[in-house]
Design a protein around this ligand. Structure first.
Ligand SMILES: NC(=O)c1ccc[n+]([C@@H]2O[C@H](COP(=O)([O-])OP(=O)(O)OC[C@H]3O[C@@H](n4cnc5c(N)ncnc54)[C@H](OP(=O)(O)O)[C@@H]3O)[C@@H](O)[C@H]2O)c1
Length: 334
């Protein structure tokens, strides 16, 4: 079987495709034929060596495929089931605690850039019915993060207004989940072409954040001055102040990413005077993923996929991803 490994110190030139023996499932494990991965910002940092990992690590946190063998004492899965990995394999549900915050596939343990894996059964959930493996592979990181930010922590309800930042993987899922929840969506992007695509996906209003640098005020204006109920904050340093401006008194900001820098300077009174609720999001639990999958099935939500590459083209896939011209997830078809 084929497997991609990251040779130290990382970098796309240090991704190697090698052969190894196919593993066999031990007690409690599934053998899964991996059919697809999707790329995330986190994977990009790992393969480029910005997040250091052990020499020989198998990259990719998101994996989807079918069960081809089941070890002893496994309940809930059978041969032929379509499954998808979870980001935090030891976080079953409830609140995150430090003892279960461990073992990130594709970073601190081997991930899914390979033909077959053997992992404990709780490393997977079922995939949505009727999903292609490529679609399922978009869910564990970007999908679950958007779900937890809006639903688990945000408590979104019909009639709420959601502000999404940029057209990355998390933001597109947030847009789709918000529309399914009956919310009004204001979406931003740096590209006029992507703004049109965001509208076709259901965004009620769009803002070009390059053309309108005070897009936070613009978003607030679009709510007749009330402010938005939820912000999916993926920017960080250069966006948080605008997100606070956009947010209504008593609104919710899901702090998720740092596409625009890590260290933000913010006005403390702007937070407490508006009684803004801030949730730090770190993907989500297995229960979040299962809840999200039920919602996807009931609401017939399909992820936006930009394009896919083969396993041997993994370096090209990351090059394509990093220039940010994609609209939708970039995937590996294995
Ligand atoms: N905390 C968590 O649990 C968690 C989980 C997943 C991701 N993240 C983080 O969340 C962020 C987004 O992840 P992702 O997977 O959605 O990334 P992604 O797919 O790589 O997003 C890329 C897009 O982000 C937009 N963008 C870039 N700079 C921006 C800026 N200054 N303002 C607004 N939008 C900007 C661009 O959209 P346009 O081209 O439309 O302008 C770009 O195409 C990353 O920092 C990632 O590390 C965190």
């Amino acid at each position: 079987m084929r497997v991609v490994r990251i040779r130290a110190p990382g970098g796309l030139e240090n991704l190697v495709l090698v052969e190894r023996d196919q593993p066999e499932p031990k007690q409690g494990e599934l053998l899964v034929r991996i059919r697809a991965n999707s790329l995330n910002f986190h994977d990009d940092m790992v393969v480029r060596g910005k997040i250091p990992c052990r020499d020989g690590r198998v990259p990719m946190t998101d994996g989807a495929g079918e069960v081809v063998a089941v070890g002893e004492s496994v309940d809930g899965f059978k041969i032929g089931d379509a499954v998808v990995s979870v980001f935090w394999p030891y976080w079953c549900g409830g609140e995150m605690t430090s003892d279960i915050k461990r073992d990130i596939p594709g970073e601190t343990i081997d991930g899914y850039a390979c033909d077959y894996v053997c992992k404990p059964a709780h490393f997977f959930t079922r995939a949505p019915a009727d999903y292609m493996h490529l679609e399922a592979a978009t869910l564990p990181c970007a999908g679950v993060t958007a779900w937890r930010g809006l639903v688990t922590c945000g408590g979104i309800k019909p009639g709420d207004t959601v502000l999404t930042l940029g057209s990355g993987g998390v933001s597109l899922f947030a847009l789709q989940f918000a529309k399914a929840a009956g919310a009004y969506v204001i979406a931003t992007s740096s590209s006029e072409d992507k703004l049109e695509k965001l509208q076709r996906l259901g965004a009620n209003d769009v803002i070009n954040y390059n053309a309108i640098p005070d897009w936070g005020r613009k978003a607030k204006e679009l709510t007749q001055g009330r402010g938005v109920d939820h912000v999916i904050e993926v920017g960080g340093q250069n966006t948080l102040a605008q997100s606070i401006t956009a947010c209504r008194t008593g609104g919710h900001i899901a702090v998720i990413g740092f596409l625009a820098g890590i260290a933000a300077e913010i006005s403390i009174p702007s937070l407490f005077s508006k009684q803004i609720r801030i949730s730090g999001i770190s993907i989500g639990s297995r229960a979040d993923q299962e809840d999200m999958i039920r919602a996807i099935e009931v609401n017939k939500i399909n992820p936006v996929i930009d394009r896919s590459f083969s396993l041997s083209q993994i370096g090209d896939a990351f090059n394509h991803y990093s220039i940010q011209k994609n609209f939708g997830k970039v995937c590996l078809d294995i």
